[in-house]
Structures are given as C-alpha cells and as structure tokens.
Design a protein around this ligand. Structure first.
Ligand code: G4P
Length: 526
C-alpha cells in the first residue's frame, strides 16, 4: 500500500527549451515555490556562460555544478516533484535526449518574442516518440512579443501538437497587466519587479463580465473578454486524457523572471501531470507497482579529476523499492552488486539515501561497471528498451597519435562511448574508426579526456558525412545488392548494428529512391 501511494505522489519531469528561453530561471522559481531553496540564485545554473562556448575546460568546470543540479527533488503539497536537469548547451543535446527517456512528462519553455526555435523542435520530436505529455510555458510576457494567438498557432504548427491555453495574458511588455487563469478562474495581477518573492496579487473572479475585472485592468478588460470568447470557441475544452496521451499541450503564459504565472503552472502541473508510467523492456512491460525493483541507467557522469576516477551512474527506478546495501542484479554482466552509498538529490543538496521509489533517480558510485542503458533488477533477466541513439551531426576519423599507447586509446574510447560522450562507427571498407557527435565541443572533450584520464593521444582527420542511418530490410536480395554497391559507405556501430554513412542529403535520397525495400532510420528506436 505504501508503495502505491509513494508512486502516485511522484512527478518526474524535465524542463526543455531553446537556450535563453528561460529554462534555468523557471527551474529556480519552481524550487522557490516548492520551498527547496529560499532565495533566487541559490541553485547555480548548469548553463554554459556566454562567451565560453568554445572553451570546453570552462564547460567541464561547470559540469561539476551540473552534477549537483542533475536532479532536483522537492515536496509540494504532498507531491514529490523530481526535476531532471538537461544541459544548457546544444552541443550536449544527446544527453538531453537520454534524460527525456527517464521522465514521465515535460514542460517546454518558449520565449514569447522568439517563438518556437530549432532546439525545441528537435526535443519535441524525442518527446513525441514516446507520447510524453507536455505542458508549454510561454515566457517573458513582461517584454513585447508575438500575439498570443500567433504563438499558439506557431506551437501547433512547429511542434506538431494541439494546444489548449489554460491561462491568458492581458497585454504584454510595458503594458502587461497580468494573466487570467482559466484553470482556476482567477485573475493574477502583474505588479512587476518581484524577483525574489513568491506571492502574487490574485483576484478571484467568478464571472468574467463582473466589474471587478474592469476595476483592475481598465481598458484591457473588454479585450480579455473577447480573447477568452475566441479561445473557448477555437480550442476544445481541456481534457486531461488527451494531455496524458501526448495529444494536447496545455499552455500557460507568464514571466519566470518576475515569478509570474509560475505558481499557476506548478499547481496545475501537480494536479494533471502523470505519476510514473509502465516501462517497456525487450520482453515485457514493467508496471511501477510491481514489488520487485527494476531500473535503468540513463546517464553517467564522470569525474574528470584523474585522482578521483569515480563515476556517478544515474539510475531511474521503474518498479519496486530500491534499498541501500541490498544486492541487485546487473543484467548485462550477470553480477550482483550492492550499493553502500546511493545518492539522492534534493535541490542543491546530495545525501545518502536508504530507500527510493519508482520515479526517483538514485546516483550510484561506479568504478566502470555501468554503460548507459544497463538494467538493474532483483534477479529477473530483463533489458529496458528505449534508450535510442540518434544520428550524430558531425563526424571525424579518430587516429592513434602515439603508437605505444594503442591499448590505452582503445580502452579510453570504449569507456567514453559507454558514457555516451559520442558514438563510434567502424568503417566496413577500411576498418577506420569514425567518431560522431552532436556538437563540435565533444571532439575537444574526447581528446582532452583521452590524454588526461587514459594517457592516450589521438588526432582527428576530416571526413565528409551527412548522417548515419541504421538500416533494416526484409528483402534480403536487395540488402545484399545494397551491401555490395555501398560497401565503402557502410559501417558498424558499437553494438554491431549496420549503418549507412550518407555523404550528403543527395546521396541519402538516391539510396532511398533506388533501394525502396530498405528502411533508413535516423535513430536506433525503430
Ligand atoms: P535558459 O536556461 O533557457 O538558457 O535561460 P535562462 O533562464 O538563463 O534565461 C535567459 C535570459 O532570459 C536571462 O537573462 C534571464 O534573466 C532572462 N529571462 C528569463 N525569464 C525572463 C522573463 O520572464 N522576462 C525577462 N525579461 N527575462 C527573462 P541574461 O541577461 O541572459 O542572464 P542573467 O544575467 O539575467 O542571468
């Protein structure tokens, strides 16, 4: 019984946005409302400061901060909220993709002036793959931005999801008056400049036609009435069911910096967001309510200090109860492991945890046993699905620069790939190793870490590639023909899967047109 209620009171989610839309600010304000921190600025952002974008050592320094904010847990009105942080730098998008496999829902932050930007579109595609429920927060209403109807159209179009506004802004920029909360039928007045506090000026309005509204927002009252009529005419009633299926995204408006609209967002979030859902394995679905513990590793954080080579593996608990010092089966290596100091995360604090429930994230100290995607159980031989790899965007050959250190290099590359720093492909034509990344910074990170952690030297050589596509086909004849003709473009990924390395969009298109029975996938989840 305790297990059931512990599961039902958990909300594990991530906040995603294009850099600068306000993810860090919103996270911090949620923590303020949750009482997890008491002053703004208490939780350091894992955001890579502007101007440091080419300085990866600075980024690594800040990774130290990001481990502290990897998971931020707090209690709010009896609900245990777990916010999973995602890297603020686009070059680490692959980390974000993986984090999204460990959450039950997502809040997307959109800048009201910039609208939906590229990174948000990419992340939404990942959410769509598993129908993750999303709530949208349109931020920075204290500045001039696009017309709210225009923003809603843009979200529907660009993110390919239906929307239902649950709050509505009254003007914006210098004349921003506040938001009308349709979910709770309250008017929130914007007084500005309340960056530190957590109280809003709220007026309860039973009837939108009441004069109280005119009293508070003057000439904007009629515009609000018209807008609301239009909203209710255009958008269907909010239904939690369609939200939970990932079909409709409720939308809130506000200003995270001014703490405005954040409380509404949080109280709606805890009442509608899902508790941990069943998780698919290769053989069966695991319900969170099952008694036996199961979980998977979705992130590994390495300590770059060569004197402390420990790593922290992040376990998402999918079912049962996790207990400290109890032996659990690491299903890939078939060994039982005990964890004497598993870590739980509460806002900016880490602490040793004795017990944890589905939806929670536990940090496990690791000396090299774990790879991303590994499964932990109480004895059952299971393998959780759904930690896809996505086609990298950038590619380089990696070569050994010190013939005496061949072994070290191979080991280093192997371990860094297990951590998910980048992806490795081996050309079928010449056996050369190709590193694929999402951002240019990872190449520097790999080179630096190989040298400092493994005493190995590498150098890169350019290669012109557009995408890595995982291929599959039922037509063995065609596959055979493809393998012969495209031999020089074929490679094997780290798990032995066959990959077509397309040189250009044109080359990919040609291959797709000619070999119609072959499927070309941009991610390993197919
Ligand atoms: P990110 O994590 O999504 O990258 O964004 P972050 O929260 O760091 O916000 C980016 C910038 O936008 C910050 O300003 C932040 O203060 C500002 N911001 C966030 N929410 C609002 C809002 O509601 N209204 C306004 N006007 N600005 C907002 P910065 O100058 O880049 O950084 P900082 O020096 O303020 O930290």
């Amino acid at each position: 019984m305790a297990l059931k209620s512990e599961i039902q009171r958990r909300r594990t989610f991530a906040i995603i946005s294009h850099p600068d839309a306000g993810k860090t600010t919103l996270t911090e304000k949620l923590l303020l409302f949750g009482g997890a921190i008491h002053v703004a600025g208490a939780v350091k952002s894992n955001k890579i400061k502007k101007g440091a974008t080419s300085d990866f050592m600075e980024i690594e320094r800040q990774r130290g901060i990001s481990v502290a904010t990897s998971v931020m847990g707090f209690e709010y009105e009896g609900i245990k909220v777990n916010i999973l942080d995602t890297p603020g730098h686009e070059d680490f998008a692959e980390d974000t993709y993986r984090t999204l496999t460990a959450v039950d829902s997502v809040i997307i932050v959109v800048d009201c002036a910039k609208g939906v930007e590229l990174q948000t579109r990419k992340l939404m595609n990942v959410c769509r793959m598993r129908n993750t429920p999303v709530i949208v927060f349109v931020n920075k209403l204290d500045r001039d931005g696009k017309d709210p109807f225009e923003i809603l159209d843009e979200i529907e179009r660009e993110l390919d999801i239906k929307v239902r506004p649950l709050s509505w802004p009254i003007s914006m920029g210098l004349t921003f008056k506040g938001v009308y909360n349709m979910f709770e039928q309250k008017l929130n007045l914007f007084l500005g400049n309340k960056k530190q506090g957590v109280t809003d000026d709220i007026v309860e309005i039973d009837d939108i036609n009441s004069e109280v509204l005119d009293k508070h927002v003057g000439g904007y009252a009629d515009t609000l009435r018209e807008d609301l009529e239009l909203v209710n005419g255009v958008y269907p009633e909010f239904s939690r069911e369609t939200y939970l299926k990932g079909e409709v995204a409720p939308v809130f408006f506000g200003s995270a910096l001014n703490n405005f609209g954040v409380r509404e967002l949080l109280s709606c979030f805890i009442s509608i967001a899902p508790f941990p859902k069943p998780t698919a394995t290769e053989t069966r679905e695991v319900s969170p309510f099952e008694e036996n513990l199961t979980g998977f590793i979705f992130k590994i954080h390495a300590n770059m200090d060569p004197k402390h080579r420990d790593r922290l593996a992040f376990l998402k608990i999918c079912s049962g109860v996790f207990e400290r010092n109890k032996p659990y089966l690491h299903t890939r290596i078939g060994k039982r492991l005990k964890f004497s100091s598993p870590t739980a995360f509460m806002a900016d604090k880490k602490s040793v945890v004795d017990i944890a429930y589905p939806g929670d994230i536990v940090g496990l100290h690791d000396t090299g046993n774990f790879k991303i995607g590994d499964t932990i159980t109480q004895g059952e031989q299971l393998k959780f699905k759904g930690l896809p790899s996505f086609s990298p965007e950038l590619f380089r050959y990696i070569e050994n620069a010190d013939p005496m250190k061949y072994k070290q290099l191979a080991k280093g590359i192997d371990q860094l790939m297990d951590e998910g720093v980048a992806q490795l492909f081996t050309s079928k034509a010449n056996g050369r190793k190709i590193i694929g990344t999402v951002g240019v910074l990872q190449f520097d990170v790999i080179q630096y870490r190989l040298e400092h952690e493994y005493s190995a030297l590498c150098r890169y050589e350019p290669i012109t590639l557009y995408k890595a596509c995982w291929i599959e086909s039922d037509n063995m004849e065609q596959l055979k023909d493809f393998r012969v003709r495209k031999h020089s473009n074929l490679a094997i990924d780290k798990h032995g899967r066959e990959v077509f390395m397309a040189e250009s969009p044109y080359a990919l298109q040609m291959a797709q047109d000619k070999f119609t029975d072959i499927k070309f996938h941009f991610s390993t989840e197919f």
